[in-house]
Design a protein around this ligand. Structure first.
Ligand code: DSN
Length: 422
């Protein structure tokens, strides 16, 4: 019982240290990833990992839950204050499960759901045919406007009038522009639909005051806690008080058993961090950095979907480089050069989701490292150098050397050894 991970299982230890080294030495530009703090990771490693606490604070199906009640109530209270939400469920294990819980609470199988197409920036859990959402519900999709590559509210409204959805979902995982939630409420009201805001990507921006909040307009709002919010993996569901019982029963016992109390403890810590003034400064810098990165990439000759970004992410249309270059190839070339991005379809893509004509990049992680506008110019130039010289492995090696130098100046976890080695 007393042996440390290092002593008992050096195999696992070594693999974890290897990924720490990778995270330190690579520039990660995946917009849905971030570096959770020491405090968040410590909370995740507490003895709450040992506890079963099915149910909710003061109404558990297990004994010995006093401290679980305290920690969950703290997480709930902090999340409510952070988002000005009437009710919050902090138990969902992931964003997809949070969305599943909302479907399960508000809809019956076969009900109509209006949501964004996956290949225009939506999410698996918003109606992909292979996903629970696409299998059990009647999905109608809106896409982006072919001219502007932005959401066209007129089209959304027309689809709503025609299909009379029971639920409308606003929110995306690859949309670089600000979303104004007020007109979505009007569209939902015009057809008597529930409105779900899935703000997994932009939750941190919302808390930081650099993106409008959906909470005043949506019946239910879901978000993961590990993206721009910079907490541990997991999700929460916010809703109006009158839906609280339905949402809670849908999460437990509807879909999940025991909540991950260690993850809930870490969520509580993340919500405290997000309430600090520095967190708002961080979110402002995330957006400033994305703007600087997108301007430089555009200057370097790349076409960005919609021409730029209002938030933390952008999509590069690689057909502006070469019709032959796919997102998969570009992401692999970049990884070789020490830069981690993910392939992503662009609106009206002729390639599949596995090949794609675009890459999606974002600034949450490099901003967490302390990088600012000056470094964004360097990052854009490193991407450009890699893509321009993609057929030369030696050029990728040269970029990798520069990436490692830049990364050394912005360490990710000073003192991480205390966390891993203890
Ligand atoms: N998989 C996430 C993303 O990368 O955007 C969405 O859940």
């Amino acid at each position: 019982m007393k042996k440390s991970l290092f002593k008992f299982d050096p195999e696992v230890f070594e693999i974890a240290v290897s990924d720490l080294t990778r995270q330190q030495n690579y520039l990660t530009l995946i917009p849905s990833e971030n570096f959770a703090s020491h405090a968040v990771m410590q909370a995740q490693s507490t003895v709450f990992a040992n506890k079963y606490a099915e149910g909710y604070p003061t109404a558990r199906y297990y004994n010995g839950c006093d401290h679980s009640d305290q920690i969950e109530q703290l997480a709930i209270d902090r999340a409510k204050a952070l988002f000005s939400a009437e009710h919050v469920n902090v138990q969902p294990h992931s964003g997809s499960q949070a969305n599943l819980a909302v479907f399960h609470a508000l809809l019956s199988p076969g009900d109509v759901v209006l949501s964004m197409k996956l290949d225009h920036g939506g999410h698996l859990s918003h109606g992909l045919p292979q996903n629970f959402s696409g299998k059990y519900y009647d999905i109608v999709h809106y896409g982006l406007d072919p001219e502007t590559e932005r959401i066209n509210l007129e089209t959304v409204s027309q689809l709503a009038q025609k299909h009379k959805p029971n639920l409308i979902i606003v929110g995306a995982s690859a949309y670089p522009r600000e979303i104004d939630f007020a007109p979505w409420r009007e569209i939902a009201d015009s057809v008597g639909a529930y409105l779900l805001g899935d703000v997994a990507h932009i939750a941190g921006l919302i808390v930081g005051g650099v993106h409008p909040s959906p909470v005043p307009y949506c019946d239910v709002v879901t978000t993961t806690t590990h993206k721009t919010l910079r907490g541990p993996r997991g999700a929460i569901i916010m809703c109006r008080q009158e839906l609280a019982d339905d949402i809670d029963k849908s999460v437990f016992p509807g879909l999940q058993g025991g909540p991950f109390m260690h993850a809930i403890a870490a969520r509580a810590v993340a919500f405290k961090e997000a309430a600090q003034p520095e967190f708002a400064d961080y979110q402002k810098q995330v957006v400033t950095n994305a703007d600087a990165l997108s301007s430089r990439l555009t200057r370097n000759g790349f076409r960005l979907v919609t021409g730029g970004t209002d938030n933390h992410l952008m999509l590069i249309d690689l057909t502006s480089v070469s019709e032959k270059l796919s997102g998969r190839q570009a992401a692999n070339y970049l990884e070789d050069a020490g830069i981690i991005v993910n392939k992503n379809t662009i609106p009206f893509d002729s390639r599949s989701a596995n090949t794609t004509s675009g890459i999606r990049i974002g600034t949450p992680m490099i901003t967490s490292r302390g990088m600012k506008e000056k470094e964004m110019v360097q990052v854009a130039d490193l991407i450009t150098e890699t893509i321009e010289n993609r057929r030369r492995p030696s050029a990728r090696q040269q970029v990798k050397t520069k990436v490692e130098k830049l990364c050394r100046s912005f360490p990710i976890y000073e003192g991480i050894d205390q966390l891993l080695w203890s």
